[in-house]
Design a protein around this ligand. Sequence first.
Ligand code: ADP
Ligand code: MG
Length: 257
Amino acid sequence: MSRVIAIASQKGGVGKTTTATNVGAYFARAGRRVLLVDLDPQGNATSGLAVSPPPISPLRELWDGVRTWGDLARPTAIERFELIPSPPSPTIPLRTDDLRSARVPELRSSLDQATPGWDFTLIDCPPSLGPLTSLALQWADAVLVPVQCEYYAMEGLAQMLRLIEQADRSRSCPLETAGILLTLFSADLELSIEVVDEVRKYFPELVLETIIPRDVALAEATSHGEPVCQYAPRSRGAWAYLNLAKEMLEHECAETR
Ligand code: ADP
Ligand code: MG
């Protein structure tokens, strides 16, 4: 069995891809086998990990049964961390109708049965509430929602939580919340502090303890095609993602106990 965590928010620029690539890298450093699925047709996780984009959509090939998860996984620079890359085309490879097909649960089972398989599968979702995010919410065991510490954070979050509730109702087993992650925090901005207080006040059970600060090292690492653990392991951003990976692994251990 792979533990599948979707990283989702309908907003762009909140740190989904940065979180997916860096948590994936730290999980792998902690000895877990990790698969990251780049489900965003913009392919930011693919370029952020310097993996060459495939000519055709791996998702379509999986769907059509032409290839398996194992065939499509590509190595990254980090041992035990693999990626299913996104092709350069921005076309969405699925229609809303596809989501009602029996392929959705079949492909989840084949992911769980893959050998040697992955302890964790992270899904980097596109910044929309379209078919790809819906698919991720059907495949996932849990969803992690990054929230940028800025204006309108609460509105976006409420909308995302409603989508999660809807997805939960259409599933045979509950969709867990891996947490709300506060990102792009600036300690010198009053607004950042207010957002943290407000989100913690309304969702005390859901907010993760780790807060991701705004740190240019994280953006630079992406543009160099490296996870921050490799590019700038002593930066504030690296420490934050290391702590987040630890916090998430602790939760996972508590769940399975
Ligand atoms: P999303 O996937 O939600 O659209 P990204 O992870 O791609 O968001 O982040 C958007 C931009 O902000 C990227 O250029 C990324 O490098 C940068 N970024 C993300 N998180 C941070 C951070 N904590 N500090 C500084 N820059 C960040
Ligand atoms: Mg992204």
